[in-house]
Design a protein around this ligand. Sequence first.
Ligand code: HEC
Ligand code: HEC
Ligand code: HEC
Ligand code: HEC
Ligand code: HEC
Ligand code: HEC
Length: 428
Amino acid sequence: MDTIYTKPKKHFLAIFSLLFLSFFLSINLVSAQDGEKIFKQNCAVCHSMGSNKVTGPGLKGLMARVPGEEWLLKWIKNNDALIKSGDAYAVIISAFDASAMTTFTNLSDDEIKSVITYIKDYKEPVAATPTGTTGGGAVAEEKGVNPLTLLIGVIAFLIIIVGVLRGVRHSLKNLQNEKLGIPEEESVGPWSEFKIWVSTHKRTTAVAILFIVGGLLSAGWYSLKDIGIYADPAQHREYQPGQPIAFSHKIHAGENAINCQYCHSGVERSKTAGIPSVNVCMNCHKGISKGKLPGGTEEIAKIYDAAGWDPEKGEYNKPSKPIQWVKVHNLQDFVFFSHQQHVKVGKQECVTCHGDLKEMTTAKQVQPLSMAWCIDCHRKTEVPGMKDNPYYESLHKKLAEKFKNLPRDQRKYTVDKMGGIECGKCHY
Ligand code: HEC
Ligand code: HEC
Ligand code: HEC
Ligand code: HEC
Ligand code: HEC
Ligand code: HEC
């Protein structure tokens, strides 16, 4: 009896392991083709898919201006070598920005090709939720197949295949038995047959379980890890998303010395600083229609488009629509933070928390915005004007009493001493 079983069983095992192998190969293949992911991890810091500049040029219309795909492959792999080789277009484009593009000799040709395919086939997403004048709203959601769905699909497929194979095996076995003159064996239920198979194939089963659990874990990890995260954690300190209009703080707040509050009028009187509406831009840009940067004039035209302004006729004659700025700083919803408290009462400078905007072309996040960061500052920073601020008079008296035995230089009324590190102050 046993000899009759072994042959088809081995056959079955071989097919089964082959399927498993191809399953994992196909998973690998999928991730290698995943140009979007590679782009987001390696390129999105410096390139937008639209037309606005980040550090590198916006990649819209790229295929029309570069010499070809072969050229792209060489450029992305090692732009430095291509520039040095004297390649005409490489030399021209190298003058685009003072900072050079990273070389990607670590990426395989196939990976780079998948990125090129992604750029080539890219279609602009349908508009995200409007951010209006408050600058709220989140980054457009990522698209693509959820790895978990993929895994479940593959497993379902496997089960079907196994079912079919079982049937085939059963008929094969009966055929063989018939040849050997053994009467047709009774069909056992699939579940008990599965149990027999497992008990006779302990090692294969263990390996299979290991693979399935591993696969599920990694799929789960990938689908969970991006929730609520706006940037690659490794780049979190310098999160700098592309914006719909290449607005430069350097030109406005720096070179033209426009006061921050002209545009962020909420800082002294509300929780949020606010992002200016397109009307604020129009206060000046009705008159300023030309930029000095390459593409600057086109960028200003986008303001007109949003405001519904016709620069030729000098009138608003089209429907207006809000500019959809991408929010750079994102505290979780469960954290309370007020600009008024920090800027007006606490006399903190914008630069401490946001870096030097006067030098930035595109706004970026330079501080971690973590709980440790908030608390660290609250421990170190003295509450300004504690002595002559009537708001703090009674508190100041209490603190003076409490710390009267401390040496004078340690008698600091830091934010934590007035309760600035109590959980309830920052958490709803
Ligand atoms: C550190 C920033 C940075 C990163 C990261 C980066 N680039 Fe660039 N890229 C640039 C700059 C800057 C230029 C313009 C050339 C120059 O000034 O040297 C450029 C130019 C290009 C060009 C030519 C654009 C044109 O209009 O002709 C392509 C294509 C390109 N990059 C693709 C990529 C891809 C694909 C990746 C990711 C694998 C990537 N870049 C990653 C900064 C970057
Ligand atoms: C002429 C108007 C204008 C002026 C002046 C201005 N800003 Fe802005 N600011 C904007 C616009 C528009 C955005 C949204 C686009 C962006 O993020 O680059 C913005 C974004 C920001 C952000 C990022 C907000 C986010 O999404 O998290 C910060 C921080 C900021 N500004 C701080 C400043 C500071 C500090 C100053 C003064 C040194 C200043 N701004 C001056 C118009 C202005
Ligand atoms: C208080 C006046 C003022 C306001 C308000 C203002 N701008 Fe400007 N903007 C300027 C000046 C001045 C320039 C520089 C023009 C130049 O140097 O050629 C400029 C230039 C620009 C440029 C082109 C950059 C270049 O030189 O190529 C863009 C784009 C721009 N602004 C966008 C905006 C947006 C978007 C807003 C609203 C959020 C805005 N501006 C609000 C005064 C203003
Ligand atoms: C103590 C640190 C701190 C200081 C000082 C500070 N900010 Fe902010 N700012 C933040 C944090 C944190 C956020 C994110 C808020 C959120 O997501 O709810 C933020 C967000 C912003 C935004 C995005 C829109 C919004 O209101 O959420 C703008 C614009 C901004 N700040 C401008 C300014 C300007 C201008 C100043 C100076 C007058 C300033 N900030 C001073 C910490 C600070
Ligand atoms: C640069 C230093 C600094 C940073 C960073 C900072 N704060 Fe503050 N914070 C202050 C100062 C100074 C005050 C005192 C203001 C006052 O006098 O009421 C304060 C007060 C507060 C208060 C009111 C406390 C009370 O007892 O009423 C809250 C809430 C608060 N901060 C939340 C935050 C959160 C949330 C963050 C991080 C996202 C943060 N702060 C980051 C300096 C800072
Ligand atoms: C000065 C403001 C501040 C105070 C005080 C504060 N937190 Fe937070 N907390 C934050 C900020 C900002 C975040 C979100 C940033 C992050 O996730 O790192 C946060 C995040 C958290 C989280 C989520 C952690 C995570 O990784 O997402 C927990 C839990 C938490 N705080 C608990 C507490 C408890 C308990 C206390 C009192 C002992 C406290 N917090 C006091 C500012 C504060």
